[in-house]
Ligand binder design. Structure first.
Ligand code: NAP
Length: 468
């Protein structure tokens, strides 16, 4: 039976790896998800073949988990997906913490090797799982705006965090030396408490545009914790799946750091955005924004031969992706070249915009990388910025005093004309004012993005009807 289980685990691991690879491209992503899900089914079935399981509790767990998952999947709005993903990350971390705790409590700590080896694995599962759990809850709060998105800072924060991290390491070393004693149990409980507190204190000082990096890192933590849980249980597929999540989370963290042009240490210890709140005057943003009507915007678009669409979080809120595609098709029929530039941190989760555009069947080939389009931005007739703000903020390039300074952006202000579709003059997620709105070549098309785009589509269709 052991051989069969391990063969099934190998098959599941292969499916995970293929699934992950397929998730890397928009056109194969759906199938990649399915392939990974089949892998997970195999892994679950194989695990149920392990002898000596108590099926009553497993059935209770499956029913409870499936019910919560099904209700959440049906009820959650598309715009709330990022915070749901944060909760999933947190649940993974909590599960690993509980596995570590249960196995320690059970006293069967020689399952996967020497007691010291298992004690280290238990400690890591609890520590990393605990940090991932409470850190993800804070990320959930920030993304859902139940907590302020700006950094929450207090005096001597770095000193406090460094002290807490050092305490956790000392607790870990002492615990692994004395796991079987009452003192060991006390140390263990202290480590659980410290890891939960550390998750909160490490995440609250991070805010503004740096959240994507933290989310990717928390994702990696939940994978590392799962892998440690795999070592505790001696479960090969959990070790592999945890490592895959951990490694892909770390790769994503590094991609996000590059996209933001920041080092991880700078994000974790920099207190990003502490100076946010100075408002327009403090950041040197002044002037009058120039509104435009949909009718006037249509006349300019009608004459354009090169159009760039830059989507942001507001496109997700407005669910405007389908009408964007409709407008792009009309523009193409009118002879314009239409391309889409997606910033790596646009929206509220990695790949957010790509998922929405793929849902609206925007061809993959129409997408251009920001670094490819930026050098030729002055040849673009019109950029349509749809609910994007931070990712097109020129202060990141021009204002050394701005908290966004140094972050690569899409240089839409260098195009011939820019239409910004949003509801008000409000700032984006980082809370930083945007001088783009006051530039000479910018026109503000105020209103819900879907409504504004629908008006533009109607203008085009009316003109086509009149011409026919
Ligand atoms: P953003 O800077 O958050 O700006 C979104 C804009 O959309 C807002 O200014 C808002 O202005 C507008 N908006 C909202 N609802 C709208 C609607 N129905 N119709 C039209 N406009 C609407 O978005 P972004 O440029 O995409 O930048 C993403 C930000 O989130 C970055 O700071 C990034 O670091 C952060 N973040 C990203 C991730 C990730 O993984 N991608 C994760 C966490 C945080 P109005 O209210 O005036 O309409």
């Amino acid at each position: 039976m052991d051989t069969l289980i391990n063969l099934l685990y190998i098959a599941a691991s292969v499916l995970f790896i293929y699934g992950l690879k397929m998730l890397g491209r928009a056109d194969t992503a759906r199938r990649g998800n399915l392939v990974s899900a089949v892998g997970m089914l195999l892994a679950v079935v194989a695990t149920l073949l392990v002898g000596g399981l108590n099926f009553t509790w497993i059935v209770v767990g499956v029913l409870l988990g499936a019910a919560i998952g099904a209700v959440a999947a049906y009820r959650v709005q598309m715009t709330a997906m990022p915070e749901m993903v944060a909760l999933f990350n947190g649940s993974g971390g909590l599960a690993s913490l509980l596995i570590g705790w249960a196995e320690y409590h059970d006293g069967t700590s020689t399952l996967a090797g020497t007691p010291a080896f298992t004690a280290v694995a238990i400690f890591l599962a609890v520590l990393v799982g605990g940090v991932a759990f409470t850190g993800s809850i804070v990320a959930f709060g920030k993304l859902s705006e139940r907590l302020p998105g700006r950094p929450i800072l207090f005096k001597n924060q770095h000193l406090y965090n460094a002290g807490l991290a050092a305490l956790v390491v000392v607790l870990g070393v002492l615990f692994t030396l004395t796991p079987d004693t009452p003192v060991g149990y006390l140390l263990f409980l202290l480590a659980v408490a410290a890891s939960l507190v550390l998750g909160v204190t490490l995440t609250i000082p991070i805010g503004g545009a740096d959240m994507p990096i933290v989310i990717a890192l928390l994702n990696a933590y939940s994978g590392i914790a799962a892998s440690a849980a795999g070592f505790i249980l001696g479960n090969n597929v959990l070790i592999v799946a945890g490592s895959l999540v951990g490694a892909s989370g770390l790769i994503l963290t590094s991609i996000m750091c590059k996209a933001m042009n920041r080092s991880l240490a700078n994000v974790l210890f920099g207190g990003f955005g502490a100076s946010v709140g100075g408002g327009a005057a403090a950041s040197g943003v002044q002037g009058d924004a120039k509104p435009i009507t949909a009718e006037d915007a249509y006349f300019m678009l009608e004459a354009a031969s090169s159009v760039l669409v830059v989507p942001g979080y507001g496109m997700a809120v407005a669910q405007a992706q389908h009408v964007v595609k409709e407008l792009a098709d009309l523009l193409s029929e009118n002879g314009a070249e239409v391309r889409y530039a997606v910033h790596p941190v646009a929206g509220r989760m990695p790949g957010h915009m790509n998922v929405l555009l793929a849902e609206a069947n925007v061809p993959y080939e129409s997408l251009v990388e920001p670094e490819d389009v930026n050098p030729t931005m002055d040849t673009v007739d019109i950029v349509i910025v749809i609910g994007a703000n931070d990712v097109v903020n020129p202060a990141a390039r021009e204002d050394p005093g701005s908290p966004l300074y140094g972050m690569p952006i899409i240089n839409v202000d260098e195009a011939r004309s820019v239409f910004v579709l949003k509801r008000s003059m409000a700032s984006g997620f980082s809370g930083v004012e945007n001088p783009l709105f006051f530039k000479e070549n910018t026109r503000m098309l105020f209103g819900d993005a879907k409504a504004s785009l629908s008006q533009l589509v109607s203008e085009f269709k009316d003109a086509l009807r009149d011409a026919a």
